[in-house]
Design a protein around this ligand. Sequence first.
Ligand code: MG
Length: 374
Amino acid sequence: MADLAAYAVSENNTRGRKIIEEAPQGRSEFQRDRDRIIHSNAFRRLEYKTQVFVNHEGDLFRTRLTHSIEVAQIARSITRRLRLNEDLAEAISLAHDLGHTPFGHAGQEALNACMKGYGGFEHNLQSLRVVDKLEERYAAFDGLNLCFETREGILKHCSPDNAARLGDVGERFLKDRRPSLEAQVANLADEIAYNNHDVDDGLRSGLITLEQLESVPLVAEQLGEVRRAHAHLTERRVVHETVRRMINALVTDLIRQSENNIGAHAPAVLDDVRNAPPLIAYSQAMNDMQRTLKNFLRVHLYRHYRVLRMSAKAQRIISDLFGAFMADSRLLPPQYQIPAEHDRARAVADYIAGMTDRYAIREHRRIFAVEELV
Ligand code: MG
């Protein structure tokens, strides 16, 4: 990776790994992080975890795995243009959802409610917990022993209480400092990916329509251009061409505005980035447009009655499982059977969060369905 900007994260300015290891041969430290993430169990499970639609509803809908790959693609395009560390942005992108529960946000909310008396549950924090502790792949340490900058990027949000507990990686939340530009890029690439693929999946599912989307300026602008340029396209192609152009418009705007911000603040070294305001950002106009799109999706897709029905079912599965395991720990696989209530709750949360959608459904059936007895 030649020609990195002076303020990019590099092997020369990294804060390194908790447990010191020999330098990798033939690849960079951040390539190694990415490779470790790809080989983890949690990464493979992303294939069977939901974004918005439950995993088995259709083969064309995004899963957390394809979502994470799309995030990585967008983050790499942006970091390359800005002369930032592409490998780091890719590693953060591929790891950012590792801690997600089954059933998307409905699952996360349900598990958080179950964990209320036990320190709560937050998927960002859980993603960090997966790479710091839960993966069991190495003889010498728990987790993946990733570089500080990768871990920092995974932890997007954090409450002050948790930040104080987390040490180095929580520090910036207490001191009001920013993460690396690579982390900032991965964060926005996440948003670009899901806003656009939710439009695509929402249309494919029939829960939202193109006519409705014409009230959203970001969509209307690109849709208008597509229709003007191509009079006889099938609806599918109109949708794909529009979404493709929307992603391009967002990425192009983000790169341009971020270049301006970087120019204005002129960071000389990585630490300057941490002390500056967020430098990776959209223009004001684009920011307004993408907020309108988000709002539209919240009202018309995420709160669509058919999505809410799935969410309600998902929440019931998660809270039933949590309740059953807390009431009788003998129902748990042996490694999760912890006598102390508080620690058992965390182990149960780890167990449930690690489940795929279909595993959670099966586990629920195994525990609650009477017909399974016969
Ligand atoms: Mg995501």
